[in-house]
Design a binder for this molecule. Structure first.
Ligand SMILES: Cc1ncc(C[n+]2csc(CCOP(=O)(O)OP(=O)(O)O)c2C)c(N)n1
Ligand code: SF4
Ligand SMILES: [Mg+2]
Length: 348
């Protein structure tokens, strides 16, 4: 006879035994339908699926609706929310102090390309090992929808007022000045965004990911070039992307056709199947040229635009100790009395 007790099904866990719940954060306070929420969901999925230990991750942000999002994912990770446009300096400091952390920066187009441009270009120049996600809606969502520096020429506000300044292209800028993984994606393209994020997690160097992320409250009307419908009509997908994590047997799947295999820093592989463009994402000049061509045609090119897995990062250039500076014992960071006396002697 049945006792009536039902055994609950076993909980689904990833390769390190954690549930997806362990990768979530607080409930979002952003508007329903905001593209930023979809990006947070993709981040949760990717870190869960790859089995990244949450304690290894440090989240950084500035100010804006986008910069609030680190509260909505990876609630068991470290987090630092700073001043508007100054996240790169915070991230640089923290990641130099502890080189074993996996840094994830979330920023807005205003946070990066308007007030934060000075900090952004130096982060790029240094190829700081950081996943830098720009949640790009072309406006300052948090302060009620003014144009940012990524708003396209001629795009209009809800009032009908046109933008009369040309935009900065953060991807072109990042590629030109030193970032080593540069991608553009769309918050509504689940598979592409997931693969791009996984590639960035596997990459060692600065990954700049510009995600077009519509602001449903202030910039989703006819006349906006960052609305859901505009991007759906103008998106030009560069390639089909696949990601093979380091812990999977690469020899299992042998891709057919025009596929490029790019080994990543951690042993994972990025597989790029060309669609209709003659495109090599390791050719920076060609990538920059294609971006310009797409721009002239009014197309929004998405995919991994550029990747260089080999270039040294800022951490490598500084020749930091393998052991994080933050946890070195005092005996190893403080010169001995004899050494200090020698230095003083030399200065006399
Ligand atoms: C030093 C400083 N200047 C201005 C502001 C006002 N401010 C807050 S958020 C923001 C813009 C946010 O836009 P964005 O980075 O694109 O984020 P979104 O809200 O669109 O996601 C501005 C100008 C501020 N908080 N601090
Ligand atoms: S105002 Fe715009 S950017 Fe901010 S939460 Fe709402 S939809 Fe998102
Ligand atoms: Mg914005």
């Amino acid at each position: 006879m049945s006792t009536g007790t039902v055994t609950p099904p076993p909980k689904k866990t990833n390769r390190i035994g954690l549930e997806v719940l362990n990768y979530k954060g607080s409930r979002t306070t952003l508007c329903a339908g905001c593209g930023h929420n979809s990006i947070s969901e993709r981040i949760v999925e990717c870190f869960y699926e790859l089995g990244v230990e949450p304690y290894r991750v440090a989240k950084f942000s500035g100010i804006g609706c986008s910069s609030k999002s680190p509260a909505y994912f990876l609630g068991m990770s470290h987090g630092l929310n700073g001043v508007h446009g100054r996240m790169p300096a915070l991230a640089t400091g923290a990641l130099l102090a502890n080189r074993t952390l996996l840094g994830v920066g979330v920023t807005g187009d205003g946070d990066t390309a308007s007030i934060g441009m000075g900090q952004f270009v130096h982060l790029v120049r240094r190829n700081m090992p950081l996943i830098y996600i720009i949640e790009d809606n072309g406006v300052y969502g948090l302060t009620k929808g003014q144009f940012s520096a990524t708003a396209d020429l001629g795009s209009t506000l809800k009032t009908g007022a046109p933008n009369d300044l040309p935009p900065f292209d953060c991807c072109a800028l990042a590629m030109r000045w030193g970032a080593t993984l540069v991608a553009r994606s769309f918050s509504g393209d689940k598979k592409q965004l997931q693969t791009v994020l996984k590639a960035a997690i596997a990459h060692r160097g600065l990954s700049v990911i510009d995600v077009i992320s519509p602001c449903v409250t202030f910039n989703d009307h006819v006349g906006s070039t960052k609305s859901y419908s505009y991007i759906k009509d103008h998106e030009e997908v560069l390639h089909d992307l696949d990601f093979v994590p380091f812990y999977e047997d690469i020899s299992v799947e042998i891709p057919e056709g025009d596929v490029m295999d790019i080994p990543m820093h951690d042993g994972s592989h990025l597989r790029i199947r060309k669609l209709h463009k003659d495109y090599d994402p390791t050719d920076r000049r060609r990538a920059l040229g294609l971006l310009e061509e797409a721009d002239a045609k009014g197309e929004v090119l998405t995919g991994i635009l550029y990747v260089d897995p080999a270039k040294p990062t800022f951490v490598d250039l500084l020749n930091l100790t393998e052991e994080p500076v933050a946890t070195l014992p005092e005996s190893r960071v403080r010169p001995s009395r004899e050494v200090l006396e020698t230095v003083m002697e030399e200065l006399r």
